[in-house]
Design a protein. Structure first.
Length: 637
């Protein structure tokens, strides 16, 4: 069995993995003062403590106590997967403890782990809903029961806790539960089946990496091979909702429930990394192309439909009805990272960045205490459909602890290594050290400033290649220098410098962080005739609180330019301003919202729209918001 060293990251990969790039050990990247150190600190200092309060108040821990025979009473809540709130919280706390943060939660984490151990049945199975509500009847509803989904999050928490602390209490529970799964659903098990909510696949592959036990990898492969055969039955939204219409190797598009689809894609990528099955990679590339061509929002959000929390048709990307669940953003980040490891291609790091700064980060308030489940790109002034404000917790609280575990492990996703050297994919102030002797010290004001300064430490002396991702939005407009000597970057998606480093060299890179107006494919109906404001990696939005006129009457008429900083949530954030005209009545008749083309509809009142980073919206007051804004130049073109 693997020793479970404290240096193993979120996706550790086996020694034989078919990866082009390999993740750095945990602790190799340390954030210094800057944007991400502040966001992670808020997570450690506020979100994790609040999370413990919520899993206590919501009954999650009480349900485990009842299952363990430590308390009496009915099951709290009506959801079958409440246990996962505790598992994801434990994973988040574990990674924070690994980095020396949140030590005050150590004893609380130990108590929750002991509770889970007590709730486990003699053979290792643990699920409070099954034990308390179903009287112990297992696998009664693979379609909706979420038993394997819960097991997946338990396994991931157990692995994280072992890697972070060296302790094995939770990991042992995970191993025993995984053995139950192998005995029940493995090749020589009692039945064939897979979970209605993919997630167990990624967990099983990671458990194989941690333990070296091949049976876990084989079970993940069996579940992937069986999916598409309809074994779990029918659903009112159809089998496509569960990604169960075609075999995985033949699936060329993303469909159905967005979180399920993206978790499955991440798990299949993990399976490819450990098996080298090229049919899997071919299918994954086709699914990725389907996503980026017409099913991803500008923010990196995924999932267009509220009814089934799912993908719509290509270019079906409504702004005000966007579901774009925070968990879907996290799932897309997980998939993007794994595809980056598998291929080494910058497009996957580009998507990770887009989701990270926009679709993901909007899901948590700047003070770390409130969250969004859905993340629309427009909220109308009198909306009853969009978020009424951020919430401390949810009836279905999958998103908040998912945010916590992602932020707690964020340093694992910054850089990679290969046989040639070090690759930096995401820019944050801090230090990077690899076991191979590669290293870099980074100073930057990213994402608000485009300057990145990298110094090679003395201990990294030697011949190797430093590779810096050039974001897609910056290509062809980057300035770079090594010790003051200019470097021609051209239009490449990476700046690669191969040399014998002596230590002390400084690389200066300037990315053009300046406002730009973005238009969508005309088949995106909600964005036709509109523009969105972007600046560097950030998508911007207009909130009503910053405007002098009704946000839904504003028509932009000029270029975007940087405005004065605005303090939101105690943080000074750069704004972007664009000239605009306020429209008057929608029509000559006040009681009919339509007019003949050419009929006067503008007041001539001119002003400016002020836009703020999308991740910071709804941190002052709930109100109208828009990412896509009508622009006269686009409407007339």
């Amino acid at each position: 069995m693997n020793s479970g060293g404290l240096d193993r990251p979120v996706a550790a990969l086996s020694a034989d993995a078919k990866a082009v790039l390999r993740p750095l050990p945990a602790g190799s990247v340390r954030f210094g003062p800057g944007f991400w150190s502040e966001r992670v600190a808020v997570n450690n200092e506020r979100s994790l403590a609040a999370g413990l309060e919520r899993i206590t108040a919501s009954g999650v821990l009480e349900n485990l106590e009842i299952a363990a025979g430590k308390a009496d009473g009915p099951y709290r809540g009506d959801l079958v997967f409440l246990d996962t709130d505790a598992y994801k919280w434990l994973e988040a706390v574990s990674w924070s403890l690994r980095d020396g943060s949140a030590p005050e939660l150590l004893e609380s984490a130990k108590a929750v782990i002991e509770l889970i151990r007590a709730a486990a049945e003699p053979d290792g199975y643990v699920n409070s809903y099954t034990t308390v509500v179903r009287g112990g009847e297992r696998w009664a509803d693979l379609l909706n029961g979420h038993e394997m989904y819960c097991a997946g999050h338990l396994i991931q928490a157990g692995i994280a806790h072992r890697r972070a602390t060296g302790e094995t209490g939770l990991y042992e529970v995970a191993i025993r539960f995984a053995d139950v799964l192998v005995a029940e659903f493995g090749e020589h098990g009692r039945r064939a089946g897979y979970c209605g909510h993919p997630e167990i696949e990624t967990a099983l592959v990671e458990l194989y990496r941690e333990s070296g036990t091949r049976a876990y990898l084989d079970l993940a492969r069996r579940m992937v091979d069986l999916r598409g055969g309809g074994l779990i039955g029918e659903h009112r939204f159809g089998r496509h909702y569960f990604q169960d219409t075609t075999p995985v190797r033949e699936t060329r598009s993303l469909h159905g429930h967005a979180v399920r689809a993206l978790y499955l894609a991440a798990g299949v990528t993990d399976l490819y990394l450990e098996t080298g099955d090229e049919q899997l990679l071919t299918a994954l590339r086709a699914q990725w192309a389907d996503l980026v061509r017409g099913k991803a929002y500008l923010t990196g959000g995924a999932g267009a439909r509220h009814l089934d929390e799912g993908f719509g048709d290509a270019f079906e990307l409504p702004a005000d009805r966007a579901y774009t669940e925070t968990c879907a953003a996290i799932a897309l980040m997980q998939w993007s990272w794994r595809m980056l490891l598998a291929t080494g291609e910058a497009q996957f790091a580009d998507m990770f960045e887009r989701v990270l700064y926009n679709g993901f980060l909007a899901g948590v308030s700047l003070d770390g205490s409130r969250f969004f489940y859905v993340n629309p790109l427009q909220v109308r002034p009198d909306s009853t459909l969009g978020p009424g404000g951020r919430q401390e917790w949810f009836h279905c609280a999958c998103c908040p602890p998912n945010v916590m575990r992602t932020l707690a492990s964020l340093s694992h996703y910054v850089a990679t290594v290969d046989g040639d050297g070090l690759q930096i994919h995401q820019y944050a102030s801090g230090s990077i050290r690899s076991p191979q002797g590669f290293g870099a010290d980074v100073r930057t004001g990213y994402p608000f400033e485009g300057g990145v300064s990298i110094t090679i430490p003395g201990e990294a002396a030697g011949e190797w290649t430093l590779s810096l991702r050039v974001p897609r939005w910056a290509r062809g407009r980057v300035e770079a220098a090594l010790d003051g000597w200019p470097i021609d970057v051209g239009t490449a998606d990476r700046l690669r410098i191969t040399r014998r480093w002596r230590g002390g060299e400084r690389i200066e890179v300037g990315f053009p962080v300046e406002p730009r107006l973005t238009v969508a494919d005309p088949r995106v109906d909600d964005a036709r005739g509109c523009v969105a404001v972007e600046c560097g990696p950030l998508v911007y939005c207009a909130e009503q609180v910053d405007q002098d006129a009704d946000i839904d009457t504003l028509v932009l008429s000029g270029a975007a330019e940087l405005g004065a900083e605005r303090e939101i949530g105690g943080i000074a954030l750069p704004t972007v301003r664009v000239d605009a005209t306020a429209a008057g009545s929608a029509a000559p008749e006040e009681d009919w919202p339509y007019r003949t083309l050419g009929a006067a509809a503008e007041t001539g009142v001119r002003g400016r729209v002020t836009a703020v980073p999308y991740f910071a919206w709804a941190n002052r007051e709930a109100g109208a918001m828009r990412v896509w804004l009508p622009h006269r130049a686009v409407r007339s073109s």
